[in-house]
Design a protein around this ligand. Structure first.
Ligand code: HEM
Length: 370
């Protein structure tokens, strides 16, 4: 009879202790990060939402070796997760042309975790954007649906656009800044500065799209940074829509390639990492060569079987020209008005197939005093 009350008491005090410890632990964590924030004399270039990822990133080397190994079997599909297949180069040409209703990019993206995770269903009625609402109402899956579901669809698209535009640009900017400050000034910065100063003088001190288009060295530097540090090891997801699945025919451009059957509902992606580091496509692909593309007549925004940082095919990034204007202006502003200490290039962080700039690296950057 006595055992029960004693047990209850002990359990209660254990629970209280646990509760207090949890609070102390949370407060300690908050204080420590506040302390770190105020004490850090070297500002961090960028902190992305990747901070919210749970768990440790897979080592860059392991993830890259893995991606390479699989890509090297050139005519075979490989699977990165259940229901996600990576296309071999033999299927690229066909994948680019397949109609959206067969290989759908929006369905592939709607399915991925981030929309479901971030979509706050109960915030739906605080947003009203008639144009988007109409667009969502017209899509077959929302036909006859109620107000709440339609607004969810609208928010989903806004969140998708936000991710498509802001994160990618932020991460790419961070990579470019890391590449700038981790190479001797005489190697790239001096030539880039000279080029943009001359272009600005020629265009009467006004930056236009035309003037920015003349910056071949800066353009090349950005493209090389994107080649080595794209936002994913695989990119350009598409979902197989026909109930019977989809079969890629063997490619006449790749003798010996197999036909590839992908089941309905599965997603396919492109092996960006393998392509961008393929020694048959790029000389010394592991080496950063900022002016590799300086004499290349192909515009840096142009997706191809060799360069996929903006995706590939019908649904390649529609914001890429805007992104390049923004990136160039940021670099120009940075090199004109800021000074920095050179550092060793911080290693990327890989989460599954996503690549992030190192968000724990410390850099010393400050505005030049007048
Ligand atoms: C450096 C910056 C950027 C990078 C690296 C980037 C990269 C990408 C990639 C890899 C895709 C997937 C393409 C595919 O599936 O084949 C994509 C799609 C998309 N991006 Fe970008 N993007 C950038 C900036 C932007 C900006 C600034 C905007 C809008 C203002 C934007 C809007 C979109 C949209 C709407 C899509 C979906 C296209 C579709 O499915 O048809 N992106 N982007």
């Amino acid at each position: 009879m006595e055992i029960l009350p004693r047990f209850t008491l002990e359990f209660t005090s254990l629970a209280i202790n646990f509760f207090i410890l949890t609070i102390v632990w949370i407060l300690y964590g908050q204080l420590a990060s506040l302390f770190r924030h105020f004490c850090s004399s070297n500002p961090v270039v960028s902190s992305t939402w990747a901070d919210k990822y749970i768990g440790e990133p897979k080592s860059t080397v392991a993830a890259i070796t893995d991606a390479y190994y699989r890509y090297s079997k050139k005519s075979q599909l490989f699977r990165v997760e259940d229901g996600i297949y990576v296309l071999p180069p033999s299927a690229f040409a066909e994948a680019r042309k397949v109609h959206h209703e067969t290989l759908s990019s929006s369905h592939a993206i709607d399915d991925t975790i981030f929309l479901n995770y971030f979509l706050g269903r109960d915030h739906a009625d605080t947003i009203l954007l008639p144009m988007l609402v109409k667009y969502v109402q017209k899509t077959p899956e929302y036909e006859g649906k109620g107000k709440e579901q339609i607004l969810s669809g609208v928010i989903g698209r806004l969140v998708g656009l936000m991710f498509a535009a802001i994160d990618t640009t932020t991460m790419t900017t961070t990579h470019i800044l890391y590449d700038l400050i981790s190479n001797p000034r005489s190697m790239y910065v001096d030539a880039i500065k000279k080029e943009y100063q001359e272009a600005l003088a020629k265009h009467n001190g006004v930056w236009t799209v035309l003037a920015l288009g003349e910056l071949k060295h800066l353009d090349s530097f950005i493209k090389e940074s994107q080649r080595m540090h794209a936002v994913g090891l695989v990119l350009g997801a598409r979902k197989v829509m026909p109930k019977a699945g989809y079969t890629f025919s063997s490619s006449p451009e790749s003798p010996g390639s197999e036909t590839l059957f992908i089941p309905a509902g599965a997603r396919v992606t492109m092996p960006l990492q393998g392509v961008h580091f393929d020694p048959q496509l790029y000389t010394d692909p592991e080496k950063f060569n900022g002016f590799r593309f300086a004499d290349d007549p192909v515009p840096s925004s142009q997706p191809s079987d060799k360069f996929m940082s903006f995706g590939h095919g019908r649904h390649a990034c529609p914001g890429r020209n805007l992104a390049l204007v923004v990136l160039k202006l940021i670099v120009i502003e940075f090199l004109t008005n800021y000074e920095y200490k050179e550092i060793e290039r911080p290693a990327d962080m890989i989460f599954g197939t996503a690549r992030m700039p190192n968000f724990r690296a410390k850099v010393s950057i400050r505005r030049v005093r007048d």
